[in-house]
Design a protein around this ligand. Structure first.
Ligand code: PMP
Length: 399
C-alpha cells in the first residue's frame, strides 16, 4: 500500500489546530474548529441535552441493538423537525427515513443510494466552494462530482446569476447538492426570493435535489426559518433527498446522530425505498449508535425539554451573530477603509473574510491568529475577550 497524501495540512481545521497547539503566545486565537464554543472559548454541552441524558441514564434503559434504520422515535422526530409537522409528504407517509452516522453518514448513504438507483446521470453537482468532505464522500460512493458557481470573490457574496446559469446548463436530470442553510465554508445563503428562483432552475433542468442540512436552527436561531429552502422545494413539487445532522444544533458532535431521508412519489414507493436502504446499510455498519439518538429523541419530543432546547439553539445563534457585529464594529472603529459588512450579512458558524492566503499566513506568524488558508474564520472561536485583539490583528494585515 503506498503512503497517501497527508490528510493533515495547514489548510484544514486539523492542520491549523496542530500549529495552534505548538504556538506559545499567551493570547493566541484559534478560528478553525467547526464546533461551537461559549464566550469563554470552551466546548458547550447544552443543558437540555444533559438533562435528557441524565433522565434516561437513571431510568435503566438497556443497550440492545437498534433496528437497521435506528431509533424509531428519533427518526420520526428528526423528519418532523426538518419537513415541518404539517408537511404533506410526511402526513401522507411518503418519506422514507433512516438514522445515520451523523450528517456525514447521511450523505454517504445518499451517495450509495443514488449510485445504485438514480435513473439519470450519476453526477452530483456541488457548489464552489463547498464543505471540504463533499467531493470525497460522493466520489467514494461511486458518483461523478461536478461543480456549480456559488461564491463571488469580488463581492464576497453569492454569485446568484452564475449559480442559476450553471444549474440550468448542466445535463438534464443531474443531481444538485444544496446547503439548506448556513453554507459552509462561506456563510453566504440565498435569500428567500433567490431560493424560489433556484427551485425553478432545478425544476427546469429536471434535476434531483439533495439537501445537506447540517445547521438547522444554528443559522437564524429558528429551526423553521432555517428549513425554508427544503420546504419551499417541496411546495414547488420537488422530491428532495435530505441529510440531517444534530452535531451542531444539539452539540452532539461525537455522538454521531443524524438522519437520511428521501421524499417518495407515494407510500408504496416509500416502502420500496425503505427496503433498499436497509439492504444498503446492513453490510456497511449493521445499525447505528443509540446513545445520541436517544438524547435527540428526548429533546425533540419532551415538550419542556424541546422548548428549553429551542432557547439554547437561539442562544448559540445569537452569540455568533453578536460576535460578527463586534468584529465588524471593532474593525470600523480602528479606521479600516475596507467594507466589512459581509461579516454580518453572512450567517452561521463561518465567515468568509476575503483575506488572501498571504494575509492568513501573516496573521498566524505575526499575530498568532489561526484560520484556514481560504480566509474562513469560525465565528464560534470569537469571544468578548478576544474580539478586540482579533480586529487589531486583521486590521494590521489588511491595512
Ligand atoms: N455538511 C456540512 C456542510 C458540514 O459543515 C458538516 C460538518 N462540518 C457536515 C455535513 C457533517 O457533519 P457531521 O458528520 O459531524 O454531522
Amino acid at each position: 500500500v503506498p503512503q497517501g497524501p497527508p490528510s493533515i495540512s495547514t489548510d484544514t481545521c486539523t492542520g491549523i489546530s496542530e500549529a495552534f497547539k505548538a504556538d506559545s503566545h499567551p493570547e493566541k486565537i484559534l478560528l478553525g474548529a467547526g464546533a461551537y464554543r461559549d464566550d469563554q472559548g470552551k466546548p458547550y454541552v447544552l443543558p437540555s441535552v444533559k438533562a435528557a441524558e441524565l433522565q434516561f441514564v437513571n431510568s435503566g434503559l438497556d443497550k440492545e441493538y437498534a433496528a437497521i434504520t435506528g431509533v424509531a422515535d428519533f427518526v420520526k422526530a428528526a423528519t418532523k423537525l426538518a419537513y415541518g409537522a404539517d408537511s404533506a409528504p410526511l402526513k401522507s407517509g411518503s418519506i422514507s427515513a433512516t438514522q445515520s452516522i451523523s450528517g456525514t453518514g447521511a450523505l454517504r448513504i445518499g451517495g450509495a443510494f443514488l449510485e445504485r438507483f438514480y435513473p439519470g446521470t450519476k453526477k452530483i453537482y456541488i457548489p464552489t466552494p463547498s464543505w471540504a468532505n463533499h467531493g470525497a464522500i460522493f466520489e467514494d460512493s461511486g458518483l461523478e462530482v461536478g461543480k456549480y458557481r456559488y461564491y463571488n470573490k469580488d463581492t464576497i457574496g453569492l454569485d446568484f446569476q452564475g449559480m442559476v446559469e450553471d444549474i440550468k446548463t448542466i445535463p438534464k436530470g443531474s443531481i444538485v447538492l444544496l446547503h439548506a442553510c448556513a453554507h459552509n465554508p462561506t456563510g453566504i445563503d440565498p435569500t428567500k426570493e433567490q431560493w424560489k428562483e433556484i427551485s425553478k432552475a432545478v425544476k427546469e433542468g429536471e434535476h434531483q435535489v439533495f439537501f445537506d442540512m447540517a445547521y438547522q436552527g444554528f443559522a437564524s436561531g429558528d429551526t423553521d426559518a432555517d428549513a425554508f429552502a427544503l420546504r419551499q422545494f417541496i411546495k414547488d413539487g420537488h422530491k428532495p433527498i435530505l441529510a440531517q445532522s444534530f452535531a451542531k444544533n444539539m452539540g452532539l458532535y461525537g455522538e454521531r446522530a443524524g438522519a437520511f431521508s428521501v421524499v417518495c412519489e407515494s407510500a408504496e414507493e416509500k416502502a420500496n425505498v425503505d427496503s433498499q436502504i436497509k439492504i444498503l446499510v446492513r453490510p456497511m455498519y449493521s445499525n447505528p449508535p443509540i446513545h445520541g439518538a436517544r438524547i435527540a429523541a428526548e429533546v425533540l419530543t419532551n415538550p419542556a425539554l424541546n422548548k428549553q432546547w429551542l432557547g439554547e439553539v437561539k442562544g448559540m445563534a445569537d452569540r455568533i451573530i453578536k460576535m460578527r457585529a463586534l468584529l465588524q464594529d471593532n474593525l470600523e472603529k480602528l479606521g479600516s477603509k475596507r467594507d466589512w459588512s459581509h461579516i454580518t450579512s453572512q450567517i452561521g458558524m463561518f465567515a468568509y473574510t476575503g483575506l488572501t492566503p498571504e494575509q492568513v499566513a501573516t496573521l498566524a506568524k505575526e499575530h498568532s491568529v489561526y484560520c484556514t488558508k481560504d480566509g474562513r474564520i469560525s465565528v464560534a472561536g470569537i469571544t468578548s475577550g478576544n474580539v478586540k485583539r482579533l480586529a487589531e490583528s486583521i486590521y494590521k494585515v489588511t491595512g
